[in-house]
Design a protein around this ligand. Sequence first.
Ligand code: GRF
Length: 248
Amino acid sequence: MEFQAGAVDPGEAQLVGAVGIGISLAPFALVNPAEAGYLRRVTDARQFQIGVLGSGKGSNLVALAEGCGSGQIPARIGLVLSDVAEAGILQRAREHNLPARFIPPGPYRTKLDEAAELAFVQALQAAQVDLIALAGFMRVLKGELLRAYEGRIVNIHPSLLPSFPGLEAWKQALAHGVKITGCTVHFVDAGVDSGPIIGQLPVPVLDTDTPESLHERIQVAEHELYCKCVAGIARGELQVHGRRVISC
Ligand code: GRF
């Protein structure tokens, strides 16, 4: 199973498929490159578009927006969506002049209902989003969103996965007594924090740490790591071999 993350003009993908060159790029499976509308070269005329989904305060959105602004990430943030009307991430988006929308999540607490998931997909597709970056999005993706963007969704998690998946990973790390924790950027699959790992940064746990102080330092590392990983994807530099994500 191999793919290169990124997006490409469908015409270009067809050409590559027709002449039989290039890398077969598919989300967690081999597919015909002509069908893989997400393959991309940085020379494409259209800029790589990132959609950011979050439920919280939005510090990772700000880091990604600044990364795009400085040129570190060759992309733009095309849309910011939240399932929480009052979320800080929507406010941060507006401060950065980014299109931002609240989409009601429906009646469930930990997932989107079907109609909501479809509304997310429609909004992201209308904005021609190539890559979805989850930044504190507090709902598990299982339905249409995962299908429509399979292999093109990444997440930032506040621990060195596979240690401490799930909620409040910094608290889990502190309670367990580990001396080093950190953060992980990974592709999203149907599991919880279980997809192929793109990058990790360690953060030492100090004897004096509280959950808050540890999370604060992890977040500083998150902002650096997320920009680096998303930049690699936007440049088409990553290949996935089974569970291993490799720079090319
Ligand atoms: C981060 O700690 C991230 O690792 C986790 O949710 C938090 C989001 O923070 N998935 P922010 O909203 O980006 O500040």
